[in-house]
Design a protein around this ligand. Structure first.
Ligand SMILES: Cc1ncc(COP(=O)(O)O)c(C=O)c1O
Length: 487
């Protein structure tokens, strides 16, 4: 009997919240803790083989080497690793992850990075070039997202990614509400499909997450355009107008859609209003390192007016190190990433974004239509390019396992169990959509014909979804992260 069986047999019918409490107590009993540790060790040693494929093939550097390794040797190792890893994403097997990936574009960004590799916007006097580039990134993004067509000022900052943009915005709302309204127990209203970054913000900044209704302590309502799991655009117009009528903020998370939806709208796709043209939208996040086609490590967070942005900033006047300020969480930052981001926006241009968006959306429509025709699968919602599918008759995680065997890297989701593909320019290459459809159809046939087959990730997803004690799932993730840092 394994851990999951024990858990479901003995604990399955009880209240999960109550069980979490009971379980915390049970874990203090040495025998129970020992048994759990054994189970985890078995699970982690299986995973270790997958997570650490280079053990024994390349030298392990657990300590700084006595004598530095020759540069050529290091470069040769990195070349080998790159050529081994690149083909999977380059050939379009991976959902999301690399949004552009054409060789010429990458080479260009690498040259830009090399030219600016020492730059740090913390030292604005030494590198005013980075300051110029960042202010222009913010301005270009804000104009793309409605600033052109409204009277009020849209401002923002460049952050390190979607999660940081979201954390920064939530901190700004919390601090403004404390300052302006004396709210000391802030709440945010968040749909369950919003990205995990909002939960992270809630944990870090002590903001209570509320699903509905809006209360006196609400400081912000959140909507996604679109959401990561199912690519669904929340009803931003009505949610932001509720926020406005209650005089609280509204954040549109357009991390995934910020650099697709404006162009999709221009191409004539049915895009509901989601940006600053809606008067209730007071902040937005849009990721340049996704469909802005920049290198990894940049995103933009925007605010309606400078007041909210002020609540995001950090400054101190008392530090012996001098008057210190930093607009985002980091102190020193990689100016070269901002330079590469700026170069991506400027070199792609409106025409480039329109053309890329057209190719992505056409590819996604081909994939979606084919899935809709597969009798055992159905598409969730009415997505444009993030296509989640589920099955009433088959274990969809086993369908995903079959796809993994054919090199595909899809995303397994839960609540409800489904799988998604986030379509990028990699999938718009010739023949990729057709290969996906062929493989998916073979996967469905295989799973239907072999109902009893075991193995793969399906049991792990199944366990994560059904384990009645949520803290066990959390423990499992902690151990997995520990494993990632094991040399
Ligand atoms: C809707 C949405 N919001 C936020 C994020 C977080 O972005 P990042 O992984 O860059 O932190 C993502 C990432 O996929 C996303 O899809």
């Amino acid at each position: 009997m394994d851990l999951k069986d024990v858990a479901s047999q003995y604990l399955g019918r009880l209240d999960p919240r109550l069980m979490s409490g009971v379980f915390r107590y049970l874990k203090k009993i040495p025998f129970v803790q020992e048994r759990i540790d054994q189970e985890y060790e078995g699970m982690m040693s299986d995973l270790e083989k997958v997570v650490k494929p280079y053990r024994g093939r390349f030298e392990t550097h657990a300590r700084i080497p006595k004598k530095g390794v020759a540069r050529e040797e290091i470069l040769a190792e990195l070349e080998e690793l790159r050529s081994e890893e690149a083909s999977r994403w380059k050939d379009g097997f991976v959902s999301g992850a690399v949004y552009h990936g054409d060789e010429e574009h990458i080479d260009f960004l690498n040259r830009v990075y090399a030219l600016s590799s020492q730059s740090n916007p913390l030292h604005s006097d030494v590198w005013p070039s980075t300051i110029k580039q960042e202010s222009e990134i913010v301005s270009m993004t804000s104009h793309m997202l409605g600033a052109d067509r409204i009277g009020s000022e849209i401002c923002g900052v460049v952050s390190s990614g979607g999660t940081e943009s979201i954390l920064l915005a939530m901190k700004a709302y919390r601090d403004r509400a404390r300052d302006r309204k004396g709210i000391t127990r802030p709440e945010m209203i968040v749909p369950t499909t919003a990205h995990a970054a909002f939960d992270k913000a809630a944990q870090y900044f002590n903001i209570k997450q509320v699903k509905v209704p809006v209360t006196e302590d609400s400081v912000v309502i959140v909507g996604s355009a679109p959401s990561f799991p199912h690519g669904v655009i929340d009803p931003i117009e009505s949610l932001s107008s509720i926020a406005r009528s209650k005089k609280i903020g509204f954040h549109t998370d357009a991390c995934l859609g910020g650099f697709i939806l404006p162009w999709a709208e221009k191409l004539g796709y049915p895009v509901p209003p989601f940006d600053f043209r809606l008067p209730g939208v007071t902040s937005m996040s849009a990721d340049t390192h996704k469909y802005g086609y920049a290198a990894k490590g940049t995103s933009v967070v925007l605010y309606r007016g400078p007041e909210l942005r002020h609540y995001q900033y950090y400054k101190t006047t008392e530090w012996p190190g001098g008057l210190y300020f930093s607009p985002t969480f980091a102190g020193s930052r990689p100016g070269a990433l901002s330079a590469a981001c700026w170069a991506s926006l400027v070199s792609t241009g409106e025409e480039g974004y329109l053309e890329s968006t057209r190719r992505i959306l056409e590819t996604a429509a081909t994939i979606r239509t084919a899935i809709e025709k597969m009798p055992d699968l159905h598409v969730l919602g009415d997505p444009l390019w993030v296509i989640a599918f589920a099955s009433k008759s088959l274990d969809v995680y086993r369908v995903m396992d079959f796809m993994t065997e054919r090199r595909w890297g899809l995303n397994g989701l839960h609540k409800p169990p489904c799988v998604h593909i986030c379509v990028t320019l990699r999938h718009a290459q010739e023949g990729v959509a057709e290969r996906f459809i062929e493989d998916l159809s073979a996967a469905v046939d295989h799973v239907r014909a072999n109902p009893g087959e075991k193995g793969g990730m399906a049991p792990v997803y199944g366990m994560a979804a059904t384990m009645p004690v949520r803290s066990l799932v959390g423990d499992m993730l902690e151990r997995y992260m520990d494993l990632l840092y094991k040399v």
